[in-house]
Design a protein around this ligand. Structure first.
Ligand SMILES: Cc1cc2nc3c(=O)[nH]c(=O)nc-3n(C[C@H](O)[C@H](O)[C@H](O)COP(=O)(O)OP(=O)(O)OC[C@H]3O[C@@H](n4cnc5c(N)ncnc54)[C@H](O)[C@@H]3O)c2cc1C
Length: 407
């Protein structure tokens, strides 16, 4: 049985290694247009590779995927982060779980993951073709005709598409001709480009729990935020960029966000607190830091923005200024004028339509023996190891299904 895996990233390698382990007779080849396999694994997680996340409940895990939740949930019952963790550990890569649930190799080097996957591929007799891309894919008489970038072609019984993002993919037309649909593609997991006097000179400041949403649209997100030289980043922003990826793309990244610097505090919480401050004996200055969770420089910046002088006491605070202060703390609007690159992790939302793929086997519902895994599919996760988990899971399911099918 001749099997071609198109793309030697996390998903392609994991499908090949699974297939080799489950069916030692299979003739498996991985083709990659790049000369270097597992390129993204290498740079992932700042070079440490955030392999997966310590979330072991398939139903809960699936909720970390803005697209693909329903389809992935089933697949997670077959292969989930616990399986990923056990697999790498039993294949010689000790892993550790960080406080926030992210799982990394103990070595802190993505190379450990790469060496492991290469080792298993070698052991399973998987043939590697670096620098050989696939230009065209056809299905004739129950077999695949694959045309390579070097002008040669090959006939295969099984093909697994593991090409990563479909953005500018050479195989888009082939897949469409075969009957598949590519859902609109858009970047996900990016930071927001904001130029605003309220953020000036605050780069480097981070807050633990900020709530943020696209103004009057969509779901709000909460979590840590980082003020950068170009605007805002951090987990809460990345989550928002993921959940609203399509909508923000349609808005051409020109939109307003509404931000609550104090996470879950409400207007009535602040009114009560400010009333107490007004009535306190031995009047305190407003500028004295009031909130544990708000860095001093940011508090001072907000006060200066709402024109509260350094010498003003709480009892002297005009009601109108208090209302302005509450607004700037709990629902400050910032204009976003573009997206900026998140160096830690980014992915593409969109890809092969999920309805056209049977997630029990990762097999096309249109073309028999054509399999899909990884980012070429229209699923994507938020940051934290979920995207690799998607690749391991879909790669495992595809590899297992390819192994089971005999010609
Ligand atoms: C900077 C960065 C850091 C990241 N860090 C993390 C992290 O720490 N944790 C996490 O969970 N996720 C992370 N991600 C996301 C993660 O890398 C992807 O979700 C994952 O790599 C997807 O795996 P894949 O195998 O589907 O695709 P890819 O890794 O993109 O692999 C696809 C492969 O297919 C090849 N290919 C494409 N077209 C063809 C063709 N026509 N013929 C032959 N070969 C082809 C490509 O050259 C590539 O090698 C990060 C992403 C980036 C960009």
């Amino acid at each position: 049985m001749k099997c071609a895996i198109i793309g030697g990233g996390a998903a392609g390698f994991f499908s090949a290694v699974t297939l080799a382990q489950k069916n030692p007779d299979a003739d498996i080849s991985i083709y990659d247009s790049s000369k270097q396999f597992l390129r993204k694994v290498k740079i992932s997680g700042g070079g440490r590779c955030n392999v997966t996340h310590s979330c072991f409940e398939p139903k809960e895990l699936a909720q970390y995927y803005p697209r693909g939740e329903k389809e992935l949930k089933g697949a997670f019952f077959t292969w989930q982060p616990r399986d990923t963790r056990d697999w790498f550990q039993s294949h010689g890569v000790p892993l550790k779980t960080e406080q926030d649930g992210r799982i990394f190799p103990v070595s802190n080097h993505s190379q450990s993951i790469i060496d492991c996957l290469h080792g298993q591929a070698r052991k399973g007799g998987v043939k590697l073709y670096p620098g050989i891309g696939v230009k065209h894919l056809d299905f004739r008489n129950d077999q695949f005709v694959v045309e390579f970038s070097n002008g040669q072609s090959g006939i295969f019984d099984r093909v697994c598409m593991a090409t990563g993002s479909m953005k500018s993919s050479t195989l888009r037309t082939s897949l469409e001709v075969l009957g598949h649909t590519i859902e609109p593609l858009a970047p996900s997991l990016f930071a927001f480009d904001i130029t605003d006097e309220r953020l000036k000179e605050l780069a480097g400041i981070s807050l633990e729990n900020v709530s943020v949403g696209v103004k009057s649209k969509g779901k709000r997100q909460a979590g840590p935020i980082l003020i950068t030289h170009r605007g805002l980043s951090g987990p809460a922003i990345l989550k928002l960029s993921a959940w609203e990826a399509r909508q923000l793309n349609e808005l051409d990244y020109q939109f307003e966000i509404e931000l609550n610097w104090l996470g879950e505090r409400t207007e009535s919480d602040l009114q009560t607190l400010f009333a107490r401050m007004r009535n306190q004996k031995g009047q305190q200055l407003v500028k004295t830091k009031l909130f544990e969770e708000l860095p001093k420089r940011l508090w001072e910046k907000i006060l200066s923005y709402v024109k509260i002088e350094g010498t003003l006491q709480w009892a002297q605070l005009p009601k109108k200024t208090e209302a302005h202060l509450i607004k700037e703390l709990l629902s400050a609007n910032f204009p976003v004028r573009g997206k900026t690159m998140n160096k830690e992790e980014f992915v593409t939302c969109g890809g092969v339509r999920l309805k056209e793929v049977n997630f029990k086997k990762m097999e096309s519902r249109i073309i028999p023996h054509l399999y899909f895994c990884g980012e070429c599919l229209d699923y994507d996760g938020i940051t934290g190891g979920f995207n690799f988990q998607g690749a391991w899971t879909t790669g495992y399911v595809a590899g297992t299904a390819m192994a089971e099918k005999q010609v």
